[in-house]
Design a protein around this ligand. Structure first.
Ligand code: ZN
Ligand code: ZN
Length: 382
């Protein structure tokens, strides 16, 4: 009998061994098998795809880190929302309990009307837009078959993606005209709630600036009062006056008394001053930080871009410049028109009813098809 060469026997051994390996693997717990499959796919994906580049390798290597960050962000979403509600409510409580009585007692009627009117309008705008931004669906891909044009396929959802749609790792789904995932809303910012998100940022910034400017003098008074109190606090009431007091003739000989001067500030005064300082520091800090974010989003809206598109367009501009061509953003209709499209302003009165008052109107289009949008330079005669 002729012996088989080892090169022929090797594949046969593999064929024989494979069912054994499968059997051994099937005995493992499901989670370990899933992990094994995931690592196997991950390793294969590094060299299988002919389009693989440094970005794909980077994404694949750091996938566990991204997953961990996504998981933490998803978990902390509710905590962040509670924090926003708690901090805003605390400022509101101070405004009603401390500032309003001061305003009513010291300001002229005209200033009282202004503060009461502006303060409440701003508060309503903040509460309305925050609630709508957090509760409105950003826009998801339809599950049923449709004839919408698409530009690529999502690797995670295995679904065709229309233009401007991106996958959110935290929501674990594709979002129409995705801007970013906002942990402070515990929601994605997409086609249907982008306006609410921006309006919330804008009115929250305005509210903080309003509190910060109008409370500046109160803050300085409260700060100075507390500083004065700190110095007076050195001589605390109830300290026994003996020895030195007797020597200096402050207390008659043979008498040990207790120095009990009237406290310069009551507990209520102290709390009032501390509340004013807390309110001013918080609103000033948030006003600066949120103001910078709102300004950046305003720049993006003026350009007809989302936060994600900003990165994509930057890359595309560079790539086309290397080829001697100029990149043009297809969703940029001109600065003013971009704002009209974003805010849903179709006629002059909408600047008041849809921008300066709470309005639940839906944005242009369905977020899937974009060629229906007007491309004329001045398409809305406002
Ligand atoms: Zn997706
Ligand atoms: Zn999301």
């Amino acid at each position: 009998m002729r012996c088989c060469p080892s090169s022929v026997l090797q594949p046969l051994r593999c064929v024989r061994l494979r069912p054994c390996i499968r059997k051994a693997r099937s005995r493992l717990p499901l989670r370990i098998r899933e992990l094994f499959t995931y690592i196997s796919v991950l390793v294969h994906s590094l060299y299988f795809n002919s389009l693989t580049d440094s970005d794909v390798v980077f994404d694949s290597v750091f996938e566990p880190v991204f997953l961990t960050v996504d998981y933490i962000t998803r978990w902390f979403g509710t905590v962040f929302v509670c924090l926003v509600v708690f901090l805003t409510s605390s400022i509101l409580a101070i405004a009603y309990a401390v500032l309003l009585p001061l305003i009513l007692n010291t300001y002229s009627p005209a200033w009282i009307v202004w503060h009461v009117f502006y303060g409440h309008w701003n508060l309503i705008m903040i509460a309305f837009h925050y609630y709508k931004a957090a509760k409105t669906s950003p826009g998801y891909l339809p599950l049923e078959r449709n004839s919408s044009p698409f530009v690529s396929v999502c690797k995670k959802c295995i679904m065709p993606k229309p233009a401007r749609t991106h996958h959110c790792g935290i929501c674990n789904t594709c979002i129409l005209k995705m801007d970013h995932h906002c942990p402070w809303l515990n929601n994605c910012v997409g086609h249907f709630n982008h306006r609410y998100f921006f309006s919330f940022c804008l009115f929250m910034t305005l509210g903080c600036v309003y509190c910060s400017i109008s409370g500046r003098n109160l803050f300085l008074d409260a700060y100075n009062a507390l500083e004065r109190f700190k110095h007076l606090d050195v001589e605390k009431p109830g300290v026994p006056v003996t020895g030195m007091g007797v020597l200096l003739g402050l207390v008659p000989t043979g008498q040990t008394s207790y120095q009990t001067p009237a406290p310069p500030y009551t507990f209520r005064d102290k709390m009032t001053h501390k509340s004013i300082i807390y309110m001013w520091v918080l609103t000033s800090t948030v006003g600066v930080a949120l103001g910078a974010l709102t300004f950046w989003h305003a720049v993006l809206i003026s350009r007809g871009e989302t936060s994600i598109e900003r990165h994509i367009n930057k890359k595309e501009t560079k790539r086309m410049a290397n080829r001697g061509r100029v990149f043009r953003n297809p969703y940029n209709y001109g600065r003013l028109n971009n704002w009209k499209v974003f805010l849903g302003v179709e006629k002059r009165s909408h600047w008041v009813t849809r921008v300066l008052l709470p309005s639940g109107h839906t944005p242009y289009g369905d977020g899937r098809t974009w060629e229906v949008f007007p491309t004329k330079k001045d398409f809305i005669s406002v």
